[in-house]
Write a protein that binds this ligand. Structure first.
Ligand code: SF4
Length: 327
């Protein structure tokens, strides 16, 4: 069994509510991201995906819980040790243009993490930047130009080169291809897949687009209202999502299930207000198979098969078959 590079335990993020009090954006998240894998994190907008990605990098401070990176408790690191460890953890953003300083040359943008986090000399940085720009398919000559001279896909390649400059072990790609045309998406996805394989990276790939996630992820984690509600291998997940919410998400993308004659499940209603969540199961107000127990007892995330965990009293393995309830 592959070891976990990142382990989140009871990770909680809160922010001040409009009516006072605290609103939970992450609710005691437990999640392992295995060494060398790409974990796809999916869910509706506002469910906490980006908050989780940022909390794992300590860009957002958790209210409580623990994040272990390669055996080190990230939540306890401060000062220089935190800065040094952060070089191992990088992010590729959704908006490559917004995240690139328009006044700076590409070579300076990509070199910055090398100079800052790795203490490289100017000469070392220049050599590494040329190699990185080659690696992402832009060529070393791109270093002398500025961000506005590039297309969206090329700018995303620059963002990837910058993320790789400090030789990270772990990368969070947050909606990294969402702003790109479909044909360019495929190119950038292939580049990310190659980099994960060739450089031994571990990646959390956050997306609302299940088609994209299916293309790149080894395993899938589904979030709902700040909780992880299902974790499964990609093949198991797309063959038979076990949580009613996962099934509804997948049903809303019919192209993913050609020839599938099972009844489509429509996801009705809005994501509840995180400041005023339902009692019991958080998905109860939208769940087509809710029972009384769902109102009175919040389900735990439990393993229903090797490598497969679901937070539901009535997890499903297909349209026809319910696994035993946890009653
Ligand atoms: Fe639906 Fe109940 Fe499962 Fe929640 S616990 S997803 S309400 S069946």
């Amino acid at each position: 069994m592959t070891a976990a590079l990142i382990q989140a335990r009871e990770l909680r993020v809160e922010y001040p509510g409009r009516a006072g009090g605290r609103v939970r954006a992450l609710r005691d998240v437990d999640l392992d991201i295995l060494q060398g894998e790409t974990l796809g994190l999916v869910g509706e907008s506002g469910c906490g995906k980006s908050t989780l990605g940022r909390a794992l990098l300590r860009v957002i401070e958790p209210a409580s819980g623990r994040i272990e990176f390669d055996g080190t408790d990230l939540t306890r690191l401060r000062g220089r040790r935190l800065r040094r460890t952060r070089a191992e953890l990088q992010m590729v953003f959704q908006d490559p243009f917004g995240s690139l300083n328009p006044r700076r040359r590409i070579a300076d943008i990509v070199a910055e993490p090398l100079l800052r986090a790795r203490g490289a000399t100017r000469a070392e940085a220049a050599k590494a930047v040329a190699e990185l720009l080659d690696l992402v398919g832009l060529g070393a000559e791109a270093g002398g130009r500025r961000p506005h001279e590039f297309s969206g896909g090329q700018r995303q390649r620059i963002g990837i080169a910058r993320a790789l400059a400090s030789s990270p072990q772990f990368v969070v790609a947050d909606e990294a291809v969402s702003a790109l045309d479909v044909s360019i998406q495929a190119q950038v996805l292939n580049l990310l897949s190659d980099l994960v394989r060739d450089r031994g990276l571990t990646m959390l790939f956050i997306s609302h687009d299940l088609g994209v996630v299916r293309h790149i992820a080894d395993r899938i984690a589904v979030m709902y209202l700040g909780q992880i509600i299902e974790v499964a291998s990609r093949d198991d997940f797309f063959a038979a999502p076990a949580h009613p919410y996962s099934r509804a998400l997948l049903s809303s993308v019919p192209v993913l299930r050609p020839g599938d004659t099972r009844q489509q499940e429509v996801l009705e209603g809005e994501l509840p207000d995180p400041a005023n969540p339902p009692e019991g199961c958080l998905f109860r107000t939208r769940c087509p198979i809710a029972i009384e127990r769902c109102r009175t007892h919040a389900p735990e995330l439990r393993e229903i098969a090797p490598g497969r965990s679901v937070r539901c009293h009535l997890p499903l393995v297909s349209s026809e078959q319910h696994l035993a309830s946890s009653d």
